[in-house]
Design a protein around this ligand. Structure first.
Ligand code: IPM
Ligand code: MN
Length: 355
C-alpha cells in the first residue's frame, strides 16, 4: 500500500520521538512492501515562531490531504505567557476540531516487564490491568463558551461544559463497539450527581445500551473512578467519558503503567484519517538531551497502521518488538530509576533490531 503521512513534530522532545517513530514506520514499510510518504508541517510553538500562528492554514490543509497524521507534542515555557488563542495547546485543540476527530482512544496496560514500575501495592499489581479509555475529544468544556465578565465578586472568568445528545451518542457508539471487540464491559464515567450535562450523558449511554445487549454497561462518578483506578484498575475494560474527565483520568492511568512515556493514543473521526500522538507532552526540560522515551510515539504509529490503514499484522509486529525490548531489560531514563539507561536512538535501534 502507498500512504501519505503528515508529520507534526511540534516542540520540545516532539522532533526526537517522531523521528524514532518514522524510522520504525520505514522499517515496517520495507518489510511488508509498503510505501509511506512523509510530509512535515509546523504546529505549536515552532509554528508561532515561524508564522505567528500556532496552527497555520497550510498545516490544516496538509493534514486533510494526508491519509493520516503523526504528531509529537506542542508547547514550552517560551510560549506560556501568550494569550489563550495564541498558545501552542490551542493548535492541538484546533487540529482535532478541523479534522473532526471526536474519538480519542487511550489504551493503558501493565507490561509484565514493567510491573515493578507500577506505583501500586504488589497485591494490586499482581492482578495486572489492560484498559482502554475512550475520551470524547471535540466537545465539552474544552470547546464550550468561555470568557471574562464582571460578576458578584468583580472580575471573573468562566468556561462551560455542554454536550448534545448527538455528541454523546456518537462517542457512545464507538465505546460500545470497542467493548464488543474487547472484554464486553463498558464503564461510563460522569458526574451525574451534580452536572446536568452528565445526566444527559448517562441517560443517552443507557438508551444506547439496549442496542448492544452483549456489552455490560456500568456507570461511575468521576471522583470514585479516580479512586478505583488506583484501588483496583483490573476492574476496568473500556471506559467512556467526556473530554476533560478523559484528559485527567488518562494521565492517571498512564502513571500506573510505570511512565507516561509509554502511552500512545489515536484520535479518530468518521473517516479512516486519524491523528496519532503520545499522550505525554513536549517535556521541554529534557528536549534535545536524547533521553526521551520513544515508545509512546512508536506505539502511536502502530495504532495508525491498525486503525487508519487496516495493517493489523504490521501493528502487531511493532507491539511485539516493543514487548520484547522491555522484556530484554531495555530502558530509557524515565524507567531506569537512576541506573544506566538507553538514549532515545538506542531504544529505537533495539526495537528496529527486533522487526
Ligand atoms: C492531551 C493534552 C491536551 C488535551 C492539551 C495540551 C490541550 O493534555 O492531549 O491530553 O487536553 O487534550
Ligand atoms: Mn492531557
Amino acid at each position: 500500500m502507498e500512504k501519505k503521512i503528515a508529520l507534526l513534530k511540534g516542540d520540545g522532545i516532539g522532533p526526537e520521538i517522531v523521528d524514532s517513530a518514522v524510522r520504525v514506520l520505514e522499517a515496517v514499510a520495507a518489510k511488508y512492501g509498503h510505501t509511506f510518504e512523509f510530509t512535515p508541517h509546523l504546529i505549536g510553538g515552532c509554528a508561532i515562531d515561524a508564522t505567528g500562528a500556532p496552527l497555520p492554514e497550510e498545516t490544516v490543509k496538509g493534514c486533510l490531504a494526508s491519509d493520516s497524521v503523526l504528531l509529537g507534542a506542542v508547547g514550552g515555557p517560551k510560549w506560556d505567557t501568550l494569550p489563550g488563542h495564541l498558545r501552542p495547546e490551542k493548535a492541538l485543540l484546533g487540529i482535532r476540531a478541523a479534522m473532526e476527530l471526536f474519538t480519542n482512544l487511550r489504551p493503558a496496560k501493565l507490561y509484565p516487564a514493567l510491573a515493578g514500575d507500577c506505583p501500586l501495592r504488589a497485591d494490586i499489581v499482581a492482578n495486572g490491568f489492560d484498559l482502554m479509555i475512550v475520551r470524547e475529544l471535540t466537545g465539552g468544556i474544552y470547546f464550550g463558551e468561555r470568557g471574562m465578565r464582571e460578576g458578584k465578586y468583580g472580575e471573573e472568568a468562566y468556561d462551560t461544559e455542554c454536550y448534545s445528545r448527538m455528541e454523546i451518542e456518537r462517542i457512545g457508539r464507538v465505546a460500545f463497539e470497542t467493548a464488543q471487540k474487547r472484554g464486553k464491559h463498558l464503564c461510563s464515567i460522569d458526574k451525574a450527581n451534580v452536572l446536568e450535562s452528565s445526566r444527559l450523558w448517562r441517560k443517552v449511554m443507557h438508551e444506547l445500551a439496549t442496542e448492544y445487549p452483549d456489552v455490560e454497561l456500568s456507570d461511575m462518578l468521576v471522583d470514585n473512578a479516580a479512586m478505583q483506578l488506583v484501588r483496583n484498575p483490573a476492574q476496568f475494560d473500556v471506559i467512556v467519558t467526556s473530554n476533560m474527565f478523559g484528559d485527567i483520568l488518562s494521565d492517571e492511568a498512564s502513571q500506573l503503567t510505570g511512565s507516561i512515556g509509554m502511552l500512545p493514543s489515536a484520535s479518530l473521526g468518521s473517516t479512516s484519517r486519524g491523528l496519532y500522538e503520545p499522550i505525554h507532552g513536549s517535556a521541554p526540560d529534557i528536549a534535545g538531551k536524547h533521553i526521551a522515551n520513544p515508545v509512546a510515539t512508536i506505539l502511536s504509529a502502530a495504532m495508525m497502521l491498525r486503525y487508519s490503514f487496516g495493517m493489523a499484522a504490521e501493528a502487531d509486529d511493532i507491539v511485539r518488538a516493543v514487548d520484547e525490548v522491555l522484556e530484554a531489560g531495555c530502558r530509557t531514563a524515565d524507567l531506569a530509576h537512576g541506573a544506566p539507561s538507553m538514549s532515545t536512538e538506542e531504544m529505537t535501534d533495539a526495537i528496529l533490531a527486533r522487526l
